[in-house]
Ligand binder design. Structure first.
Ligand SMILES: [Zn+2]
Length: 174
């Protein structure tokens, strides 16, 4: 990265080339893995610190087969148009990639956020360092987090994982 904080031009070029390669856009699995490849091939920019800051370190190690939802709210033919913008810095780019990956794997709860009612809460698994995990609802827009019983959750220390169908069954059918 340059000293002025601008994004490396070649990195941005590579990012844009994700969308010009039709193979990446043929289905959601290919699309998801194209981002993972892009990140792994550019680890001098996507350092551990920056990936962990945005929980992208989790997302790039998931097996998309286990997490992709059936009908993500993404139109693959329109992705180039949607994402071909300016990115101020590496954080902006990482945030955008994170949001796109989340769009493909998010299981929504059917419940609206109490703070920003236009946003639907999504399921997340919060894993602590000691291996304990907790199923929570989170608002991607404002960060509101609550327990399954609807009470605010105030101790968001740990790593955020998306939730897949099997996780949900584990919690609701057991
Ligand atoms: Zn909210």
């Amino acid at each position: 990265m340059k000293k002025d904080g601008l994004l490396d031009k070649d990195l941005l070029k590579q990012y844009y080339s994700i969308f010009s390669n039709k193979n990446n856009l043929k289905d959601f699995k290919s699309y998801y893995l194209a981002f993972v490849r892009f990140i792994n091939q550019n680890r001098e920019f996507f350092t551990d610190t920056i990936l962990e800051k945005w929980d992208l370190n989790v997302l790039i190690t998931l097996n998309p087969d286990n997490y992709l939802v059936k009908n993500p709210d993404i139109s693959l033919p329109l992705e180039e148009k949607r994402l071909r913008g300016d990115y101020d810095d590496i954080d902006t780019l990482v945030m955008s990639i994170r949001d796109t990956l989340w769009d493909m794997i998010t299981i929504y709860s059917g419940k609206d956020c109490p703070i920003t009612p236009n946003d639907e809460l999504r399921y997340i698994l919060l894993k602590n360092n000691d291996g304990k995990e907790k199923l929570l609802l989170e608002c991607a827009a404002c960060g509101w987090t609550e327990n399954i019983d609807g009470n605010e959750y105030n101790d968001p220390t740990g790593t955020v994982y998306p939730v897949n169908k099997k996780d949900l069954e584990r919690y609701f059918l057991s």
